[in-house]
Design a protein. Structure first.
Length: 283
């Protein structure tokens, strides 16, 4: 049985270096992921898209400020918060079919907040969190509305990129600044606040309509597996390893799971396409 190791890595929130990390770490990751398709091609972009590019860096900053035990607790709540993210998508997807984006966003935020409040009352257990996360993914696959629209990527403008980076920096500062008051439970939940989901939903809804948004949200469900793997590993590893090692391992596992799920999804799509073509030939 591995022994738990305590590391004193905490830094003061008023430390200039910590403030610089808060303002630059998440925006830097958002910049890399947003531009990865242009720089390195769609294959690399698809891999990086599975990483928790907002919640991961925020959790790392929480570990630096409050220590690994706080971070492990927050990681467990971030894992269960997949349910809150799916509640957000569910509410937005069904509401946007007949309502404008402001009403859809209001419904989605309400669903996220109510779900997060319920999750804050759940015991801090990795088993509970994993069960909730898996149930959330199954829920998303089964009950999100269907759409035939193709959620292809649209060109990213400079203003869009700047907006994403600014929103990422704002969320980071808010979560880390409130973490001492909110505690590990709400810090973990807020770290997974659907920032990118909100931005993508609004921009897609305004530009392409509800069918495109629904297709986009159904595609997000596949990314939950790599997201869950990242936080599941951290909830254990942070208790026994150096945080830098734990985060490196979690990132590697997340990329591996993302690669596996994309391959399985591609094979399934190819099989369904071949079956459909065969049926057409018979007719």
């Amino acid at each position: 049985m591995p022994q738990r190791v305590e590391y004193d890595l905490s830094l003061s929130q008023s430390d200039p270096g910590m403030l610089a990390l808060k303002l630059t770490l998440v925006p830097l990751f958002l910049l890399i992921v947003s531009m990865s398709g242009k720089w390195w091609g769609p294959s690399i972009a698809g891999w990086l898209a599975g990483l928790p590019v907002v919640a991961g860096p925020i959790l790392y900053l929480l570990v630096l400020e409050h220590g690994p035990a706080f971070g492990a607790h927050a990681a467990t709540l971030s894992l269960s918060a997949i349910l809150a993210s799916e509640a957000f998508n569910f509410a937005y997807a069904w509401t946007c079919r007949s309502r404008s984006w402001p009403l859809s966003l209001s419904a989605a935020f309400s669903a996220w907040l109510m779900t997060a409040c319920c999750l804050s009352l759940v015991p801090n257990s990795t088993l509970w969190a994993t069960t909730i996360a898996l149930a959330a993914v199954c829920f998303g696959q089964a009950f999100l509305p269907r759409s035939s629209a193709v959620a292809a990527g649209s060109p990213l403008t400079r203003s869009d990129l700047i907006g994403r980076m600014a929103a990422g920096a704002l969320l980071t500062v808010l979560v880390t600044s409130l973490s001492g008051w909110a505690g590990a439970t709400w810090s973990g939940l807020l770290a997974v606040f659907p920032l990118l989901g909100s931005i993508l939903s609004i921009s897609s809804h305004r530009a392409h309509g509800s069918a495109f948004v629904i297709s986009l949200m159904r595609g997000m469900v596949l990314g939950r597996f790599s997201f869950a793997a990242f936080f599941l590993l951290l909830s254990f590893a942070l208790q026994y390893q150096q945080p830098s090692v734990a985060f490196a391992e979690a990132t590697a596992l997340s990329l591996l799971v993302q690669w596996c799920t994309k391959r399985l999804a591609t094979k399934r799509h190819s099989k369904n396409h071949a079956s459909g073509y065969a049926r057409q030939q018979v007719k």
